[in-house]
Every structure is written in C-alpha cells, then in structure tokens.
Ligand binder design. Structure first.
Ligand code: GDP
Ligand code: MN
Length: 396
C-alpha cells in the first residue's frame, strides 16, 4: 500500500552517511547570505578553491532548476546564497542552503540502496552514468543500471561490493568503492531507510603533498525513511522537515490516524485496516470511488473521530461520507458522539451515511437520532455502501 514516507533533506542524509564513516565532503547549513559568506570564507581559508551552494529542498533536479551553484570567493558565495535563498523550486521556497567546498569532479556515478519489496531485500543499484536522473536512465538505457541484492542478515557481502565496483569501472578505487557499496546498504538497514541514494557519487581530484590525488566522494545524498519505523529511531524525528511534509499527513499522524488520500469522492471512516480495505472494495463494487483510506483505530475517542472528519472534509472532491464502525474496543457511542460533534462544526455540508454495529450500537443509534443531525443511518453494510454511492451521485 501507498504510505507516506519521510524524506530527509540532503544535509540530514549526509549526516547519516558521514556518521557511517562514508566519504562525505564537509558541509555547513546557512539560512542567510551573511551566514553562507562566513562559512564559505572558512572553507577558502582552509584551502578550497571554490565552494558550492546548494538549495535544501525535498525535490530532485535542483541543479537544473538553478539551485546548485559554485562560487570562487566568499563574497560571491554570499551573492549566490542571496539568489538561491527565497527561490522557488518546483513550488517550494528555499529557506536553507548547504555550503561545501567545491569538488573538482572527474566522473559522476549513480549508487543507491533501495528496498526491493518484491524480493524482500535491500537492492544495490549502480550506474556509471551518474548525475542523470535515474528514472530517465531506467527508461532510456536500463542495461546501464546494475542491480545486486544484499543478503537479508549479512548485508552486502564483500564479493558483491567488489563486483559492483568493477561494473562501475571503479577498479582503480576498489577498496573505497567497495566500502561505499557496503556502507550504503548498511545505512539502509540500520536506519530503516527504504532509499539511500547518492547521485552523483564522484571521482574527485584534490591536491596532495605529492601532486593531485583521486578519491571517491558522496556529493549528493537522498534518504527516505520508513515512517513505520520512526519509533525505533528517536533521532530521526528531529530530522523531519515538517514545513515540507503534506499537512494532511502530519495532522493524521499527530492524531494517531492512518489516513491515505485517494482519487475518488466518497470519504470513508472505518475502524481497523482490514475493515477499511473491505469497505473500499465494497464502495468500488457498488460503482463508487473511495476518496481515502482511513483507519481511526481501536478505542477511538470522540475527538479523534472529529479530527478524522475534518481530514476527510479538507478534500474538496468528497461528495459523500461513509462511516463504517464495528464496535469492539472502539465503542459505538463514542464514535456517534464524535460524529455529531464534527457534524455541528463542519465547514461544508456533505451527505453522511453511518453504519455502527457492535459495542454500544444501540446507544449510538439513540445519540444519532436524538441529535437531529443530518445523518443517514443504515443497518446493513451493503445498504450503507449503496446509499453513500447514490448520494455521491455515482453508482451502477
Ligand atoms: P540535484 O540536481 O538536486 O541532484 O543536485 P546535485 O547535488 O546532484 O548537484 C547537481 C550537479 O551539480 C551535480 O551532478 C554536479 O555536476 C554539480 N555539482 C554538485 N556539487 C558540485 C561540486 O562540488 N563541484 C562541481 N564542480 N560540481 C558540483
Ligand atoms: Mn543529485
């Protein structure tokens, strides 16, 4: 099923990678041009010949959109930061930039550890053609992408890491390349990430005491976390960028509701994931389209019901609401109270069909009737579904 994932900003992703011992160039984060200028000055003092200023927004292709720029002096870094801060990239306003010493890039490659749900393993994907968006590459030249599945318990085995390194043409950097391959898989497993992507992984040239030396560096990083595993990583919570998360997802999470928006027009409020799926199937069978998946969970109190109603109604496409509650731990009367309360406060009027059975269903029926609220009650599930579909103006 579709679920909201938690995307990390580049600088947070880089924190996880450098913590795992991987070669990430040093970086700083600035929110003002003056700050960026000062940080850049620090890098120039330590010998950098350029700095790179990068917009921190959760979208791909920042480079093409003008959100990644090099500067040759601290002053120029300040000007570049001024131009990038406040810039709109694919609908998101840039509030922060990353400042890092500019790399002298010889080659750009692609490397990522992704969760392959079908194989139930972490898969390492690599391509010698980095810098390009992987989706484009997958379409135009799928053979240019190498895939290796890691062992579920042991992670990426040494021979697998070496194989990937050779396939990417990194024989000259075998030790470092293999360590990076192993490291990306390890980060994916240790952090419960479903994606750890480095694009570009770059071969860079630096001045050493005996002339130029080549090495590998992780110049860009993208990490998405499995939001179901957030509870296992208290540190991840602080890395979330709430400003860029969908406000509906956020509100649902805060209220303890599982809510996923879909394309239809019948808002569904159900307790239990299985019952929610069944309800959605029945809506479809009756010729309707569910507007959402929503599990209000067991033992839902009336305030949770009211919040669920608010989330459903925040979708302008919703034309009817179907409430299907099987009272067990969740008591029918609590749900009914929540519905009446939500109904009295709702911003717009949408027909609502309610079917409540199980614990305190009789009290629930009394509450709904006595409230005088504009609620259609149904006794059977089929009846409830058909009524909701008809009220939404659809159906077979
Ligand atoms: P994205 O466009 O959002 O994926 O951002 P990236 O961080 O991948 O940057 C885009 C491109 O900018 C890279 O593919 C590089 O070609 C270039 N770039 C990024 N950092 C540096 C750097 O330190 N030095 C140089 N010369 N180019 C860089
Ligand atoms: Mn990139």
């Amino acid at each position: 099923m579709l679920r909201p994932t938690v995307k990390l900003q580049e600088f947070h992703a880089k924190t996880l990678l450098s913590r795992a011992g991987l070669p990430v160039p040093s970086y700083a984060v600035a929110t003002t041009p003056a700050e960026a200028e000062e940080q850049a000055a620090g890098y120039f003092e330590r010998g950098a010949s350029a700095v790179v200023i990068k917009a921190q927004v959760l979208v791909g292709g920042r480079g093409k959109a003008g959100g990644v720029k090099l500067a040759r002096s601290a002053e120029e870094a300040g000007q570049v930061a001024e131009a990038i801060l406040g810039m709109d990239i694919k609908g998101i306003t840039v509030r922060r930039v990353l400042v890092a010493p500019g790399a002298d890039i010889l080659r750009e490659l692609y490397l990522a550890a992704v969760l392959d749900r079908t194989a139930q393993r972490i898969m390492l994907m690599g391509s010698a053609e980095g810098g390009v968006e992987i989706e484009t590459l997958a379409e135009e030249d799928p053979d240019a992408i190498f895939k290796i599945h890691a062992h579920p318990q042991l992670g990426l085995l040494p021979y697998q890491a070496r194989e990937m390194a050779f396939r990417l043409g990194l024989g000259d950097h075998l030790k470092q390349a293999a360590a990076i391959c192993t490291g990306l898989v390890k980060v994916a497993i240790d952090e419960d990430a479903d994606l750890v992507e480095v694009n570009p992984l770059a071969v860079v040239r630096e001045d050493g005491p005996d002339g130029p030396v080549e090495s590998l560096q992780l110049l860009d990083a993208k990490v998405t976390l499995d939001d179901s595993a957030l509870g296992r990583h208290p540190g991840h919570e602080r890395m979330r960028d709430l400003d860029e998360e969908d406000p509906t997802d956020l509100a649902a999470r805060e209220a303890g509701l599982s809510f996923i928006r879909l394309d239809g027009d019948i808002g569904c409020m159900v307790n239990g994931a299985g019952l929610a799926m069944t309800t959605m199937d029945l809506v479809k069978r009756a010729g309707g389209e569910p507007a959402n998946f929503l599990d209000i969970g067991g033992g839902a109190r009336s305030d949770k019901v009211a919040e669920a109603m608010r989330l459903i109604l925040s979708d302008a496409h919703v034309k009817a609401i179907l409430v299907n509650i099987f009272g067990g731990i969740a008591r029918g009367d609590e749900v009914a109270r929540g519905l009446v309360e939500a109904r009295s406060k709702q911003a717009r009027s949408v027909p609502m069909v309610v079917r409540i059975v199980g614990t305190n269903a009789d009290i629930a029926a009394d509450i709904l009737r006595e409230s005088g609220a504009d609620i259609v009650t149904a006794t059977s599930l089929d009846e409830a579904v058909e009524t909701a579909v008809a009220l939404a103006g659809g159906g077979a």
